[in-house]
Design a protein around this ligand. Structure first.
Ligand code: FRU
Length: 520
């Protein structure tokens, strides 16, 4: 080790100690060359190693966004569920910290949420500082048993967590009762918990004054898609952007997929919530994402004023095949954080999802293409793109009968195609012919989508092993994984009676560098 490296290592050790991460130095000093592994996303969060699923405990406190997640600290398949932890200043550059809430002797730690208990209603606070409180589901570790809701708290701004000694705080004697989302309901000055009775396809609402004693208030469901168990509910209020003064509540839950090709699991109801129970204004839910890989999304708690009101992140994977994904030494990726808004559109409320604004900071080397048609097809990234993430923004005029296809092609002929046909009024995502590690990976998803006065607006983020599309300003979104052979892909566009009006391509700078961590 040369002197410079030694000095660097000493500084890192000191910093880790100062940050109160001493207990996990072994973990902190393991260096995994993150950015150069095959399929390693460059602008999406992935754990350095091991298995990850749902985002958990999303909370903002004191300048830091916390992202906890379902994590197996011992392997690259689901198991030993604990809350992994990462922090960020901007929701893009993440620093992974040691496991925050570890599995216990008898229970593992399933999904849940976290809040800043500003008024110290729980009494966990110390030294006048508000505690951060996590509410999670404890799942029996060995064999069947009851799922219960439990608390853990942090008095150092989210770095270290203690399980509450009088857990559980909610036990209704049910085997599938999970994924509590808690928020402060100011009009009634109490906490609300939204939690799923998964097998019954029912969401229950509870309230509490101190996060420890919960009273049942109402329920919602079954409704909409009841084909799979209901998991990971979320509930938040948004202004209706194009109806000044109007606000509505959005209730989301994920429906676990049983067969491929039915899209990501989230469904969304828009309606009213009175602090006790939710009533949908429209019995037909909106599908949250047309892709196969968007699950268990959740919203950040306690976001700072001045930014978007609701920001979410989802697990960019699918239970049907996630455990077989050909990545190593990690498995599982988060989608990009999305900012949400609500509009009254085509006779109903529509939830819009766009990538967070900070993504623009990563853009480099813009290439602007003027208007063009490409009846024979045109390569946009002709040299196989490898190792880099890209963003493509385009406006494509399709009129009444035009169509286009954007193809992410691989060496071996396997491709993911996004397309639109004005004649049918439908947007399509085609990932058939991809079967390599799971038959369930093949999919073909279609959704109706009106044009914007004859045009389709498209924002595409391609990141080594995923593609995300935000269409018509986020009216429709697509999140899908792909595993092009040798990690190399090309991007092409083909127009039919249509025309690309404007297109810009960027490379996106990698987020793989140190992003700091909060101080105690
Ligand atoms: C959703 C889910 C949750 C559960 C967690 C377990 O993906 O099944 O319902 O809490 O994963 O890891």
């Amino acid at each position: 080790m040369n002197a410079l490296k030694r000095r660097g290592a000493c500084r890192a050790l000191l910093a880790a100690w100062l940050l109160g991460l001493g207990a996990s130095l072994a973990h902190a000093t393991v260096r995994v060359p993150g950015r150069d592994q095959l399929y390693r996303p460059q602008v999406h969060f992935t754990p350095r190693r091991h298995w990850m699923n749902d985002p958990n405990g999303l909370v903002y406190y004191n300048g830091w966004y916390h992202l906890f997640f379902q994590y197996n600290p011992y392997g690259d398949r689901w198991g030993h569920m604990s809350w992994g932890h990462a922090v960020s200043r901007d929701l893009l550059h993440w620093r992974q910290l040691p496991v925050a809430i570890a599995q216990g002797r008898h229970t593992v730690i399933f999904s849940g949420s976290a809040v800043v208990d500003w008024h110290d209603t729980s009494g966990f606070g110390r030294g006048g500082r508000p505690p951060l409180v996590a509410v999670y589901t404890a799942n029996p570790r060995h064999g069947p048993g009851l799922q219960t809701e439990n608390l853990a708290y942090s008095t150092d701004g989210g770095l270290h967590w203690h399980k509450y000694t009088h857990n559980p705080v909610l036990n209704i004697g049910l085997q599938n009762f999970r994924d509590p989302k808690v928020f402060w309901y100011a009009p009634q000055h109490d906490w609300v918990m939204v939690v799923s009775k998964a097998e019954q396809r029912r969401i229950s609402f509870y309230t509490s004054a101190d996060l420890k004693t919960w009273t049942h208030r109402g329920g919602f469901g079954p409704a909409g898609d009841t084909g799979g168990v209901w998991e990971c509910p979320d509930l938040f209020e948004l202004p209706v952007a194009n109806r000044p003064g109007q606000r509505r509540w959005v209730l989301k839950m994920d429906v676990q997929q049983h067969q491929p090709g039915t899209g990501g699991g989230g469904q969304v109801f828009v309606g009213r919530f009175n602090g006790r129970t939710f009533k949908a204004s429209n019995p037909h839910p909106q599908a949250l994402d047309l892709g196969e890989d968007y699950y268990a999304s959740a919203s950040w708690s306690d976001l700072p004023p001045g930014g978007p009101r609701v920001v979410t992140i989802g697990w960019m994977d699918n239970w049907l095949y996630a455990q077989a994904a050909p990545t190593s030494p990690w498995r599982g990726a988060m989608a990009l954080p999305r900012r949400l808004s609500l509009r009254w559109q085509d006779g109903r409320y529509r939830l819009l999802q766009r990538p967070i604004g900070a993504l623009a900071k990563l853009r480099a080397a813009p290439r602007r293409l003027g208007a063009f048609t490409a009846a024979q097809g045109r390569q946009l990234l002709a040299v196989p793109a490898r190792g880099r993430a890209h963003e493509i923004r385009a406006r494509i005029w399709v009129g009444r009968r035009g169509a286009f296809r954007l193809t992410l092609g691989s060496h071996d002929g396997r491709s993911v195609t996004l397309g639109y046909s004005a004649a049918s009024g439908k947007f399509t995502v085609d990932r058939t012919g991809q079967y390599r590690f799971s038959p369930a990976f093949d999919s073909h998803n279609v959704a109706p989508l009106p044009t914007l006065q004859g045009e389709i607006e498209l924002d595409l983020i391609i990141d080594r092993s995923s593609v995300e599309a935000f269409v018509n300003h986020g009216t429709l979104t697509v999140a899908e994984r792909m595993f092009p052979s040798a990690g190399a892909y090309t991007v092409g566009v083909q127009t039919r009676h249509s025309r690309v009006q404007q297109m810009t391509l960027w490379t996106l700078r990698s987020i793989w560098h140190r992003a700091g961590a909060p101080r105690r």
